[in-house]
Design a protein around this ligand. Sequence first.
Ligand SMILES: Nc1ncnc2c1ncn2[C@@H]1O[C@H](COP(=O)(O)OP(=O)(O)OP(=O)(O)O)[C@@H](O)[C@H]1O
Length: 276
Amino acid sequence: MVNLKNIMPPQDVRCYRSSRNLYFAKYFCPEIVTAEKLEKERHIKTGCAGFDHILNGGFRVGTLSEIYGESGAGKTQLVLQIAAQCRKDGSIYICTEDAFPVKRFNQLLEHHIHQTSYSEHREKIFIEHITESQDLLSCVRVRLPKLLEQKKVSVIIVDSIAAPFRVDVTNYVHRAEELRELGILLINIAQKYGLAVIVINQVTSSFDEFDNVLPSLGLAWSNIVTYRCMLKRKGLEVNTNNCNNVNVREFILVFGPDLQNKNCKFIIDSSGIKTI
Ligand SMILES: Nc1ncnc2c1ncn2[C@@H]1O[C@H](COP(=O)(O)OP(=O)(O)OP(=O)(O)O)[C@@H](O)[C@H]1O
């Protein structure tokens, strides 16, 4: 596994940072995502057939997807599984809360990757640990483009996007501006390098009319997200196969420009996520 901190900024990005106007011209004009364009794009599989079916093949390359849900709903499990089954190209995993869960990732690799390519695959995941919003922005502005010029990567995961922006928020306008810049930078990267960006978001203490928890970071962030999925804990249900109680969860596609709102139930075991 490779630490992103060792990667130096590219010359052109350093120039753009010194000139605010040029910087805005380069990074704040993302291409418009049309339905025709989406149709041609590749998908990053989730490693779970039921989820891929709802997402019409997986998370789309060139877009920014969000997975949100309460604690223990399985958000980290899902993104680890996505990183574990990206066999051909690498993945970038940015942790903003806990350390990267190596044990869980290795457990998933054993199920998704053949033993012979196990160590080779471990070399293809680039891990960064960032806790401050400014550090996250600087990583996305500078280190990610540098790395992506050198390595083929198919997915960037941020676990979670909320943590660096939830500490000591006093200036909400400034936070909204930072989130907007971050979102646009990530979408530009997704389109330029042909990869999918998947971020985990936490929930607020508010509920919608159906008693579902709401994602944090507000409207400023919601407007940037292309696909939004929710994971939900449903509680214990009897498994008809072995008559034991299993912890059932639900995957819900909340919105996507070209997809219907659908949902499915799933469980988590050592091999990962399975729809039921
Ligand atoms: N190997 C495993 N076998 C069975 N269940 C597992 C396994 N690994 C994880 N789980 C289940 O997944 C749940 C945790 O999922 P995960 O950490 O992905 O949740 P999360 O939504 O990311 O939570 P948080 O927001 O607190 O990080 C655990 O409560 C556990 O029930």
